[in-house]
Design a protein around this ligand. Structure first.
Ligand SMILES: NC(=O)c1ccc[n+]([C@@H]2O[C@H](COP(=O)([O-])OP(=O)(O)OC[C@H]3O[C@@H](n4cnc5c(N)ncnc54)[C@H](OP(=O)(O)O)[C@@H]3O)[C@@H](O)[C@H]2O)c1
Length: 218
């Protein structure tokens, strides 16, 4: 069971939100930042807010965790991968990164030469075991801690035990269900779904989540 989770970009909107939900679920969380002081402050603030076991610092906090969630913008992904490369050897690294941009029409997926953000991560972090998840889990929904989540979370990966471990982690979050959704090469589908969800939110003034209907995983 994954019990200690590091979050790269844990100072950001998604990182703080998923960190809070995991901490409330009893998971130990370490928020990693490019700036150690910012990471420590974010960790202390989150610990106070949600009462769980949360710390923070620079990439060295990743040395003590069981798995790492990548929660940085696609624009900053390469730089962050260089910073964490020495701290994630033979570790599960979960990419939550959505390569997307906005123009006058709205959000749209950015084409990644490697095929997906997760595939890029796997290419750059050759020694890590890359899994892909969380793309459709909105930071705003995560941050409303008084409300349970209501989200299915597709999980992609090429090593069955690693996918099962991440599904198990997601299942610990109240209202979330992890779903093993296929190999890593399908990650681009979930990464590209996020602009669609944002478009729906804009059109209907909603905060939608994603769900597989008629799926029993019990
Ligand atoms: N927001 C959501 O609802 C959501 C949902 C699912 C998935 N995601 C994905 O999660 C990732 C993070 O999203 P977010 O909304 O949390 O982003 P964010 O708040 O803009 O950034 C997260 C953290 O990444 C670091 N960062 C920001 N810009 C950077 C840059 N140019 N270069 C390097 N590092 C940078 C910062 O941490 P430090 O300065 O402390 O290092 C920042 O606090 C994205 O890939 C997004 O697609 C987001």
């Amino acid at each position: 069971m994954l019990q200690r989770i590091g979050i790269v970009g844990g100072t950001g909107k998604f990182g703080r939100g998923i960190g809070a939900r995991l901490a409330i679920a009893g998971v130990s969380v370490a928020l990693a930042s490019r700036d150690a002081a910012r990471g420590r402050e974010a960790g202390a603030a989150l610990a106070e807010e949600c009462g769980g076991e949360v710390t923070g610092g620079d990439a060295s906090v990743l040395d003590e965790v069981d798995a790492v969630i990548l929660a940085v913008p696609f624009d900053g992904l390469e730089a962050n991968l260089q910073a964490v490369a020495g701290h994630v050897e033979d570790r599960i690294v979960v990419s939550a990164v959505n390569p997307m941009a906005f123009d006058d029409i709205g959000p749209y997926p950015v084409t990644v030469p490697e095929g997906s953000a997760a595939a890029l991560v796997a290419d750059r972090l050759a020694g890590a075991r890359v899994v892909s998840a969380f793309h459709s889990v909105a930071s705003r929904t995560l941050g409303e801690l008084e409300r349970p989540m209501d989200d299915d979370v597709p999980v992609f990966g090429d090593i069955d035990e690693d996918v099962a471990a991440v599904v198990g982690l997601i299942d610990r979050i109240d209202g979330c269900r992890g779903v093993a959704a296929g190999p890593l090469r399908l990650s681009h589908v979930a990464e590209s779904l996020t602009p669609v969800l944002i478009s729906v939110n804009r059109r209907y003034r909603a905060h939608v989540g994603f769900a597989f209907t008629r799926l029993s995983t019990d």
